[in-house]
Design a protein around this ligand. Sequence first.
Ligand code: FE2
Ligand code: FE2
Length: 177
Amino acid sequence: MKSPVKVLFDEHDIILSAIAIAKDAGRLIENNEAAYEILIRELIGFFREYADQYHHYKEEQILFPEMSKKNELLEEGVIQEMFEHHTDFRSMIKSIEIFLNSKDYVQAQLELNNYSEALLDHIAVENDEVFQIAETLFDTDELEKIFFRFEDCDRELGDANKTKLVNQLKEMQASIC
Ligand SMILES: [Fe+2]
Ligand SMILES: [Fe+2]
């Protein structure tokens, strides 16, 4: 079966590997500030494009509204909470960038650590709660329709660009080893 929930789980796994890089990045500050700045700018790009544009967009534009249509209590509860987290993530990424622009690498890393922890918690709630609810709310046909809308979404944003972002992550991983 074409499962939209699996698509989101798989994207979470990719995002988790970016979080692991973000947590390790701090050690570059002591021995190579230039490399640190390059890496964090690449990570910011990844979180904005892959995590926000490709992933959060599918949740916000497709999955969450469909779940809300099925259950109003969800809309005012955990779904609203998930939307608020996404908004917080955007402003946290912005402040990491501001610290980076002013060469305040220690503060940039502190904010990046806060972002990483918040995103880890968010992913855990979605994996353990929100996606489990989604699988019980929709029948097979409905899930398949959501899956195809996800595919359309990625196609519009660019499938090749999505693959490129994942490959860039492997290069980033290598740069801190
Ligand atoms: Fe989310
Ligand atoms: Fe998510």
